[in-house]
Design a protein around this ligand. Structure first.
Ligand code: FES
Length: 205
């Protein structure tokens, strides 16, 4: 009789451990599923920060930049923007032609900049820094060109055609609009620092 009671006690202890183990496993699974759900619906994944724009509005080169929230400036660099006299004045060159996507945030202390239609350049309302349409820093106190967003072109079937290969502190990268492009896609979560140009220390008009 005692032996039977002992066996029952042993069995219950094992069962109890099984229950604990099972409950821990269930808890871990629930936490894992919760984390996946949170990541899918709440995190700032790049896919949630993609801006898709009809390419037809950018086909004409050298138009004023189009600015989208949050501080995304799309420019089409043509001959006029790439060879304007102000670039020569500061001894800078712009080699690429095509679409560039600039971050419309001042590289001095981070104020959002706007396009001045009379001056034809970006101007910072905080301390007066200036940037040309190509993102080139033109007037102090900023010392870096504007940052550039990663972007690519897609055709009507959302197939990727060409895309930027940015790196920090590199010159402006402008891409010609490829044949068959329908959409400009901008990943607003990925941007790269512009070139460093401390010689703009001198204020320019
Ligand atoms: S933040 Fe733009 S000039 Fe200072």
């Amino acid at each position: 009789m005692e032996m039977i009671a002992g066996q029952i006690t042993k069995l219950n202890r094992r069962e109890f451990l099984y229950y604990i183990w099972g409950a821990s496993l269930a808890l871990l699974s629930a936490e894992g599923l919760g984390a996946i759900w949170w990541y899918a619906f709440h995190s700032d994944t790049p896919s949630k920060k993609v801006l898709r724009l009809d390419i037809n509005q950018f086909r004409e080169p050298d138009q004023p930049p189009k600015i989208y929230y949050p501080a995304v400036a799309v420019v089409h660099i043509g001959e006029k923007s790439a060879s304007e006299p102000r670039l020569h004045k500061i001894k800078r060159t712009v080699t690429g032609r095509g679409i560039a996507v600039l971050r419309a945030v001042c590289t001095h202390l981070g104020c959002v900049i706007g396009w001045g239609s009379a001056s034809e350049r970006f101007e910072c309302p905080c301390h007066g820094a200036k940037f040309l349409a190509s993102g080139v820093v033109y007037g102090n106190p900023a010392k870096y060109d504007l940052s550039q967003f990663h972007f690519w072109f897609e055709d009507a079937y959302e197939r990727k055609l060409t895309e930027t290969m940015h790196r920090d502190f590199a010159p402006l990268q402008a891409l010609p609009i490829p044949a068959g492009a329908e959409t400009l896609v901008i990943d607003t979560s990925r941007y790269f620092m512009g070139e460093f140009h401390p010689e703009t220390e001198k204020r320019l008009d």
